[in-house]
Design a protein around this ligand. Structure first.
Ligand code: MN
Length: 748
């Protein structure tokens, strides 16, 4: 069951005294809070529809409670409120949000909704019901579901917006779920919903989704970063207010109407940077950011933003490499802003974001804000282009759903570059896109026949990655055909899709030739040309389908003439039985037969366990780490840390191959762990460190390396430890050595 609501809906009512009168009052209070959160003017008709939706949802869910014991109706009210308050959506979405779980979890049908609220609301509810009915049993089904989620985008973007609100509320209230559900839902959120929110320009929702996910996946790390953030808050505020003082004075003098905000960073974004760049909390946290929002007329906003830029750089020196002008060239999701990083007198870099009020609303609420500025045609273009591109990919028939997801995710995550055609037409492509991607972006025919390209008038190979500002001229030849290896150097979903399609067509054409060869051979043998005979050949060659058999025959991989011990009896092809290998019993089956009980966790380090497992080297788990098992193809069970960089993908894509695991008998086993440290060089420091590791803690050192550079040393130790407590104690000791600045665990 993937849908947290459904699970919560079916929770048994807890045996506590419930004051129904008090609850009723609370429900009304929350409903009124929702009404107040709706922006803009509400017509009497709007009010009537919302009231009606509320009453119907209240009645439909009246016997249900969430896992926390609260009345179920709290959830749809909260989701509707997020839609109104945090995404800025209107009546239709609020109505849909109030009803979003009714069709799936109550007696209300889609037809009822259509009769009561019309086709638009019904379409949105239908989309939402489909998404939440997703089952995560195999990776390809998961992929197919992902595709479904995205297909709903093509119907009505509001489906995905309400779904994001739903997911956000579920993440906020995930505490009452079981631990394994929490991990799964958190992984799914990171895998799919946070990137989607990002792509739709809902930055606040994206950060909150990520922070909640981290809170469940890595509670200790989350708490640590969160606490340090809170501690640093006062210092940050004081610094920022001093920093903006001269800017304020100058802007007042120029007569600007404006607002300046300090911008706290999200826990997840700090964690991500620490992981990616191998830096400490302090180093990430050190870059402060302020946002200057000016209230100005649309036609003046660009000029005014640059005026503010000029004021800021009058006081502080800008870093020329860090200027980003997303006003002249907005991001594909519609984001517009002017970013610069300047040096403060204290020697600290400060990122300054300058934008108009309109731009700020778009940055905060994404898509929905666009709808409010609909009259502003030019600005909706970039976003519409992006949505169109998604639709284009989605509407392609056929293809493998899993490939599709991988292709699509590439485009979901990547940054954009802007390139130009020979006539100066602008094209947005994901960064890393090659000349071949560009060719397919222009037209699929041009892509298929592309033999090379001129970038800025210089001839380059198809695989050449493009840079922002490149001008590209594609060179084609009618004789060209897409090649298998093209797939290795395109990054856009569109190009991949077209190439695969062309390769499939080529394969199909070859298969026609192969089919004729097979039929001819059957006749030569004096056998009937029919399905049972073809099936016999498919089985003999272990082809996946007749089509595959034909293709391999045409390529000369299967040679029919050389089949040994072939007999023809009464027109039937009789082939010797091929013995089935015992090894073909799948690992899952082996695991299940040994473990018996499916829900029991795999015990690691237990001698009685007969299952082969390996500690994965991507995250190097040791006893005490929060871990899970993953049934790998051909390599037994791999044990990963829950915070392994690969875990999100594994858990959300291959949930059915995850095995619960925990440590046992930890004292008898030793694990190799790496510790990295750095500090100020000092005579005798190396000695102090090795002494601590080898004597004081009685650990076995396997390798140690030091490097010293201009008074700074960096070192790495590989040592055997019993578990995480042991490792942490060791690291704490090292931290206390004078001169040591940072100590951290090495993952790989
Ligand atoms: Mn829900």
């Amino acid at each position: 069951m993937s849908n947290p609501d459904a699970a919560q809906g079916k929770a048994p009512v807890q045996k506590v005294e419930i004051d129904l009168e008090k609850e009723k009052a609370e429900i009304l209070l929350r409903y009124r809070g929702l009404l107040r959160s709706i922006r803009g003017v509400r017509t009497p008709e709007d009010s009537r529809l919302i009231r009606k939706a509320f009453n119907i949802a209240l009645e439909a869910h009246k016997d249900q409670r969430r896992k926390s014991g609260e009345p179920y109706i709290y959830h749809p009210i909260a989701v509707a409120r997020i839609c109104a308050e945090e995404i800025g959506l209107g009546t239709t979405s609020v109505v849909a949000a109030l009803l979003h779980d009714t069709v799936e979890d109550t007696d209300l049908t889609l037809d009822d909704v259509k009769d009561l609220f019309g086709p638009t609301v019904a379409t949105i509810i239908d989309g939402l019901t489909k998404i939440s009915g997703m089952q995560f049993t195999t990776d390809s089904i998961q992929a197919e579901n992902f595709r479904k989620v995205l297909l709903t985008l093509a119907q009505d973007v509001r489906v995905i917006l309400v779904k994001l609100a739903d997911r956000l509320h579920n993440m906020r209230t995930l505490d009452s779920m079981a631990r394994d559900k929490q991990l799964k839902i958190a992984s799914e959120t990171l895998f799919l919903y946070a990137p989607l929110a990002h792509r739709l320009g809902l930055y606040n929702i994206k950060s909150e989704l990520e922070d909640h996910s981290l809170r469940f996946k890595e509670p200790a790390i989350y708490e640590d970063i969160n606490m340090r953030l809170k501690k640093g808050e006062a210092v940050r505020k004081r610094f920022i207010s001093r920093f903006i003082l001269p800017i304020r004075e100058a802007m007042d003098k120029e007569g600007f109407a404006y607002e300046i905000k300090g911008r706290p960073k999200s826990v997840h974004s700090i964690y991500n940077k620490m992981l990616k760049k191998h830096v400490s909390f302090e180093e990430v946290y050190d870059v402060f950011a302020v946002r200057i929002i000016i209230d100005t007329r649309n036609e003046l906003e660009k000029a005014d933003c640059w005026k503010v830029y000029s004021i800021v750089t009058d006081y502080y020196q800008p870093n020329p490499d860090r200027l980003r002008d997303w006003i002249s060239l907005p991001k594909a999701n519609g984001y517009e802003s002017l970013h610069t990083t300047v040096m403060s007198p204290g020697g600290r870099w400060v990122e300054v974001q300058i934008r108009s009020k309109r731009m700020d609303e778009i940055a905060e609420m994404g898509l929905a804000a666009h709808y409010r500025y609909k009259d502003d045609e030019e600005h909706t273009n970039a976003l519409d282009n992006w949505l169109n591109r998604i639709r284009e990919v989605l509407e392609e028939p056929g293809g493998n759903a899993l490939d599709f997801v991988n292709d699509f995710k590439l485009n979901l995550f990547s940054d954009e570059i802007v390139v130009f055609t020979p006539n100066g037409e602008m094209r947005n492509l994901p960064s890393g896109a090659t000349a071949l991607d560009f060719a397919f972006d222009i037209h699929s025919q041009i892509g298929r026949q592309c033999i090379g390209a001129k970038v800025n008038h210089k001839l380059v190979p198809l695989s050449q990655p493009l840079k922002s500002g490149d001008q590209i001229e594609v060179i084609t030849s009618k004789k060209q055909q897409p090649k298998e290896d093209w797939l290795t150097y395109v990054v856009t979903a569109k190009a991949r899709h077209r190439i695969k399609q062309a390769l499939r067509d080529q394969k199909r054409k070859l298969a026609v030739v192969g089919r004729e060869a097979v039929q001819r051979q059957l006749r030569t043998w004096g056998a009937k040309v029919d399905n049972p005979n073809i099936a016999a050949l498919v089985e003999h060659f272990r082809s996946s389908s007749p089509m595959d058999l034909y293709y391999q025959v045409a390529r000369g991989k299967h040679v029919l003439e050389t089949i040994q011990e072939l007999q023809i009896r009464g027109g039937r092809v009789v082939l010797p039985k091929i013995k089935r290998n015992e090894e073909e019993q799948s690992l899952e089956e082996v695991v299940a037969s040994i473990r018996g009980d499916k829900g029991a966790p795999l015990l690691i380090g237990d001698d009685l366990q007969k299952i082969d497992y390996q500690l994965s080297d991507c995250c190097n788990p040791i006893a005490g780490d929060d871990v899970f098992g993953f049934i790998s193809v051909g390599e037994g069970i791999k044990i990963h840390r829950v915070n392994c960089p690969n875990a999100v993908q594994l858990m959300s894509n291959f949930a059915y191959r995850i095995v619960k695991a925990r440590w046992k008998g930890k004292d008898t086993v030793e694990f190799l762990a790496g510790i990295r440290f750095s500090g100020i060089d000092d005579v005798g420091l190396v000695n102090k460190i090795t002494t601590i590791i080898s004597h004081e803690h009685n650990v076995n050192m396997r390798a140690i390396s030091f490097e010293s550079n201009d008074g700074i040393f960096a070192g790495k130790v590989m040592a055997y430890v019993h578990d995480t407590d042991h490792l942490n104690a060791l690291m704490d000791k090292l931290k206390r050595v004078r001169g040591v600045r940072s100590v951290e665990r090495v993952d790989h």
